[in-house]
Write a protein that binds this ligand. Structure first.
Ligand SMILES: [Zn+2]
Ligand SMILES: [Zn+2]
Length: 425
């Protein structure tokens, strides 16, 4: 092994070698930390200056993961620090100086209480990421924020929030837990249609299984509550199996053939943007009507059949919007809408995630086909490109100190004083 011919014992040269490698690691880690520190600042700037909107990305974390070519988890740590930069100036400074890693500062930013910057900046210098996690668990959890005084009207009124579905449990007794659902109209129509479809399915099944009506032992007639539970179970069984050949959750849309005015079945009128979004994929059933009388369903021309869907999944694999890579609950989007004569065929269809599908039909991103020459651009017309922005460096690495790393010692929690938030009067 030894090639020096000096006769030095192999162990010594191995430990020297390791020492040299460790020195280099320490320097590289310092540089990487400093670079991550700058990436955190860039993420904070993108957020602060409201630049996310023109990128087509769903969040700053998704944007960072895409442009830096890093994992969603790493991107999340970066964004978590970026969100609390002002609260943790010392920790952030140590990241920029190379002395703490993005994972160390990430767990602090994720869990640490207000005013704890000094405490954790100190601790992190000698603690590993898991030791920091333990320390953060020992921190007493803050009490809920006091409710804002309704008479205090100094602040300008907030813009009305976008309606969001909520599920809250409202209590329980020995037999039941009680739940309350609050759904925006579109979601509610979907929920109602899904429930109805599952209820019909259960009734059909019941009739099939229990043809002898006089049998006392047979289970009770299926309720809407039973239907709700099969709906939950169906959702549990992975979205992929649900469509297109499983039991459809069908939303019915009525479209007036003369005026293109659409309404949800038993529900509100839709804006034309909502109509085109809802009717793009095969997740809803469209009834064309003239003077309130149905004249046809138009289903045959736009339904993405099982084989077509498979071919599409095989070709696209995930949402086609660059940087997204989402694979769950994908919609088959018609590049040229079938209302405008677009065909339901491979070259006119692409898979998009629900987020980007909505973003497209709201005009935030543009998807131009045919599918084999797909172009996706943001709302300013700038093309969105896949792949990270990484390229070989042209500047010297940041001039920072080396990264000492955690001490590697077993933490002695007996002597550790968790961070205590200062008492407020
Ligand atoms: Zn679409
Ligand atoms: Zn997407």
């Amino acid at each position: 092994m030894s090639t020096t011919g000096s006769g030095a014992p192999a162990e010594v040269s191995q430990s020297d070698r390791l020492g040299t490698l460790f020195e280099e690691l320490s320097e590289l880690a310092g540089q990487r930390n400093a670079i991550d520190g700058r990436i955190v600042e860039i993420a904070a700037a993108i957020d602060r200056e409201g630049l996310l909107g023109i990128t087509g990305a769903r969040s700053v974390a998704a944007l960072i993961a895409w442009k830096v070519g890093t994992s969603p988890r790493n991107a999340k740590a970066i964004v978590t620090i970026a969100d609390r930069l002002d609260e943790f100036p010392r920790c952030a400074a140590q990241l920029r100086e190379g002395r703490l890693s993005v994972d160390q500062v990430g767990v602090i930013a994720e869990h640490a209480g207000e005013g704890s910057d000094d405490h954790y900046a100190q601790l992190a210098q000698s603690a590993s990421v898991s030791q920091l996690r333990t320390a953060l668990k020992l921190e007493p959890r803050p009490e809920p924020e006091p409710v804002a005084d309704p008479l205090d009207d100094d602040k300008p009124p907030a813009p009305p929030p976008v309606p969001q579905p909520t599920v809250t449990s409202t209590g329980s007794d020995t037999d039941y837990v009680y739940w309350q659902l609050k759904l925006p109209h579109l979601d509610s129509a979907k929920f109602q249609a899904a429930l109805q479809s599952h209820h019909d399915g259960l009734i059909a099944q019941w009739k099939h299984d229990h043809d002898d009506e006089s049998n006392e032992q047979q289970p009770p007639w299926p309720t809407v509550g039973n239907a709700f539970m099969t709906l939950v179970e169906a959702g549990w069984d992975a979205e992929a199996y649900r469509r297109p050949h499983g039991q459809h959750t069908t939303v019915v849309v009525h479209v007036d053939a003369d005026t293109d005015v659409a309404a949800l079945h038993l529900g509100p009128l839709l804006t034309s943007e909502e109509r085109r979004h809802l009717t793009c994929d095969a997740t809803c059933e469209v009834w064309f009507e003239r003077h309130g009388r149905p004249i046809g369903t138009g289903r045959a021309t736009r339904t993405v059949g099982r084989r077509l869907r498979r071919a599409l999944e095989h070709r696209d694999r995930c949402c086609v919007v660059p940087g997204c890579a989402s694979t769950r609950g994908l919609h088959a989007h018609h590049i040229v809408h079938w209302e405008d004569g677009g065909e339901t065929e491979l070259d006119n269809l692409v898979l998009v995630c629900p987020y980007h599908h909505r973003a497209h039909h709201r005009g935030l991103i543009t998807i131009t086909g045919p599918a084999h020459r797909l172009a996706v651009s943001d709302h300013t017309g700038q093309p969105l490109k896949p792949g990270s922005l990484a390229r070989p460096p042209t500047k010297p690495p940041p001039d920072v100190g080396t990264y000492p790393g955690s001490s590697g010692e077993r933490a002695d929690w007996w002597w550790y004083n968790p961070y205590e938030p200062p008492l407020r009067n």
